[in-house]
Design a protein around this ligand. Sequence first.
Ligand code: TXA
Ligand code: MG
Length: 355
Amino acid sequence: MGKQIETAIVKIDPVSPEVAVLKRAVDLLREGELVVFPTETVYGLGADAFQPRALEGIFLAKGRPFSDPLILHIAEYDELAQLTSAVPAVARQLAQAFWPGPLTLILPRGPHVPYIATAGMETVAVRMPAHPVARALIKALGSPIAAPSANRFMHISPTTADHALADLRGRVPLILDGGPCQVGVESTILDLSVDVPIILRPGGTSLESLRAVLPEVQPPARREAQSEETAQKAPGQLPRHYAPAIPLLLFAGSEEAIRSAMLKELRLRVERGERVGVLVADDDLPAFQSSGAQVCSLGEAANSAQVAANLFACLRALEEIPVQVILCRSFPTHELGLAIGDRLRRAAGSSVIQV
Ligand code: TXA
Ligand code: MG
């Protein structure tokens, strides 16, 4: 157990962050303390990347194993050089196209990067976030900020300051509240330390957009097909990484079949007196009205950006009611749909129902 501390939650302007609030955060980071801050993907639990003791604090506050490496966040492209021993041409090309934004690059580790940040590996994860608060904070600190998602280990990533507070109250001195995150899923992690660039975690930058710049980018390996070697290359990508505290049944198949299978399962459970949560899209709402379930729509099924932005908040809302089980439909896999499917499959574990 870490020490219990008072957690302050302070509003910050998401467009033009106030200098005084930034200073309060920077003073803490300099002292080796942790600060939760908004990024465009999810809230991050930040520490000065060059203070190994502060990095240790991240793992303790999250309850995260030291084998799960951290992403280092920079504010300017030039800061990349201090973190990696080599910047391949493709990295420059991708950074130009996607930074600042939800793309993390895996590169050879630079000699000054603490091993605790990379879980002892010779590669390092770097990203330049697009959120004005994140960039202003990194600039004001004058050092890269290491930050995993600001949730307890194995829980859902936070897309609001209140989510972070729910998980980390008493474990961090300061949470900067810049409002809800716009992307809503974590960054895409792209491994550039191998011959053919491969996505280790689908996220806020789509495979389609990456391939428009770099056609050889490989989609994430299917979990069943992952060799031990790839599994080790993506440490922390545990099957049940994004687990809500309650079981989630994921329905896969055609839209019509999914809807009727969900309704059938729902009726059975409601009859047994269970409190059931349902995650669907706007089009499904009429079918689930007065079904006796807690119904949550993620938006238009075809609008993957909208679905991604609502996903984690809806999961948390159902968890808070609390329902005893969540029934969830599948979503199209284009654009951010790849990340949405990945997070839902992880939340479902082995409970994927093919209809
Ligand atoms: O959008 C995001 O990426 C958010 C915000 C805060 O920037 N951060 C985030 O961090 O999602 P985290 O710690 O929850 O996930 C980072 C993952 C690790 O679990 C690990 O799988 C992968 O990044 N990772 C980090 N360093 C790596 C490395 N050297 N090689 C392979 N994977 C790495
Ligand atoms: Mg995380």
